[in-house]
Ligand binder design. Structure first.
Ligand code: ADP
Ligand code: ZN
Length: 433
């Protein structure tokens, strides 16, 4: 286990971390310049050569890469090593458009698995744990990523993959799973199903959950924690950088520590591309300094969050990223107002609902319509019109004060909104732009 909590790196001083990052950055820029013609061309267009990169401040001289670049260079245009040196391919979930593919050498996989092992250790995991992986396996990085981390750490690993909820619950009970890894929306569904089956937190051997791959609110965390009687940890990552484990929560749960020995994070103004000071909210940009097959420099994630270098009381000095509100492209602009689904979720959970909702946006007579369908919980279910109207009005008021605009809220019967086994689909935008 000690191998996956490495205080000499994870608790190193800022000077030491800067030194590690600078050295790796200089080498990585050379590697990319020599091996990835697509990026070299971008550097040449900007008039930058590897000689210009001597310190972390020089990072800002490098051109950005965006999802559009990844699509343009699909499939092998960003390969940094001969294809024969690669051993695995993954692909994004395609949540926001055409998939992109990422490739890995054995070394890249080892590094990724180490990141996931660190995340499990930070969530209290040891080699004595039984880790059930209910993220999807396959091209999606969730399953195989946590799987690799769990095995490296020496946990007994159950590769359950997503779906088949009854079997998940049977394995959790029969095999004594102590750590559950899946998307937060699937965790909420599992928790709900266990409750319906009459299971109480004491009947559930799980003590910790590692939930990520999509944005989720603090309120949803508390909900899952009480229903299952566990501590729920956030984990962040994206296929383009390897997968889950780019950043992970420690026991303090005050943001996710970024594995800074492998990834350099920046926050930029999404409109101007200008680097913003620590603490500002903006778009997260990552430079991967160790990966060889798919070595992305200054990759724009479109995730909106902020960074904090303040020392964490867990002892780790790795910079912490705040929970991303969602991606800049998850953000809806409704009647000119920016709306993140995660803000709606916060209001619902604060009013005693669960995160079972759908947002439907359309445009009628040049005006945006904004409908929110929300499931009643079995406890609050009623068919009395006056009660339903009162509850709907309360939510309309709650949403108005959070978002500044009025939504039409419709309460629907428990279980009438389709559950997700992977990333939840919360938004249906019917507007044509
Ligand atoms: P896709 O972009 O198709 O969804 P990925 O499966 O690689 O493909 O998803 C990566 C994205 O998922 C991240 O850029 C981020 O938007 C989101 N994500 C991953 N983990 C989290 C998390 N813990 N909190 C919020 N968003 C997350
Ligand atoms: Zn910490």
């Amino acid at each position: 286990m000690e191998r996956y909590f490495q205080p000499e790196i994870e608790c190193a001083s800022r000077e030491e971390l800067t030194e590690i990052q600078t050295k790796k950055l200089i080498e990585q820029v050379k590697h990319v310049w020599e091996n990835v013609p697509y990026y070299r061309k971008k550097m040449e267009e900007k008039g930058v050569t590897p000689d210009d990169i001597k310190s972390l401040d020089d990072l800002a001289k490098l051109p950005f890469l965006s999802k559009a670049d990844l699509r343009e260079s699909y499939p092998y245009g960003l390969l940094g090593v001969p294809l024969k040196d690669c051993v695995r391919i993954h692909s994004t979930s395609g949540t926001t458009g055409k998939r992109v593919v990422a490739y890995y050498t054995q070394g890249d996989l080892d590094l990724w698995n180490d990141c996931c092992a660190r995340a499990i250790v930070a969530a209290g995991g040891t080699e004595d744990d039984v880790c059930q992986i209910a993220y999807g396996y396959g091209l999606f990085t969730g399953g195989l990523g946590l799987h690799g981390g769990s095995e490296k750490l020496g946990c007994l690993t159950i590769p359950a993959s997503s779906g088949n909820t009854d079997r998940q619950i049977m394995f959790i009970k029969d095999l004594g799973a102590t750590i559950l890894c899946c998307t937060p929306s699937y965790a909420a569904y599992l928790a709900e199903t266990m409750k319906e089956m009459g299971m109480s937190p004491e009947d559930i051997p799980v003590k910790a959950g590692i939930f990520g791959a999509e944005a989720w609110s603090e309120e949803m965390r508390r909900d899952i924690e009480t229903t299952m009687g566990i501590k729920a940890y956030d984990i962040f990552g994206l296929t383009e950088l390897s997968g889950p484990g780019v950043a992970f929560e420690c026991s303090k749960q005050k943001g996710m520590h970024i594995n800074e020995d492998h990834f350099i994070a920046e926050i930029i103004d999404p409109d101007t591309g200008e680097v913003l000071p620590d603490g500002s909210e903006g778009e997260l940009v990552f430079t991967s300094v160790d990966k060889k097959a798919f070595p992305l420099l200054r990759y724009r994630t479109r995730d909106i969050c902020s960074l904090s270098k303040e020392k964490c009381s867990c002892g780790r000095t790795f910079v912490r990223m705040a929970k991303p509100k969602g991606r800049s492209d998850d953000m809806l602009i409704i009647r000119g107002v920016n709306v993140f689904p995660s803000q709606i979720e916060t209001v619902l959970l604060n009013h005693g609902y669960q995160a079972n909702y759908q947002i439907i946006v359309d445009r009628v007579n040049n005006t945006d319509t904004f409908d929110v369908h929300v499931e009643m919980t079995p406890e609050m279910f009623t068919d009395k019109v006056s009660d339903i109207t009162r509850m709907q009005n309360e939510l309309v008021a709650g949403l108005k004060s959070m978002l500044g605009i009025k939504a039409k809220v419709t309460l629907v019967a428990p279980k009438s909104i389709t559950r997700s086994e992977g990333k939840a689909v919360r938004v249906i935008d019917k507007r044509k732009f």
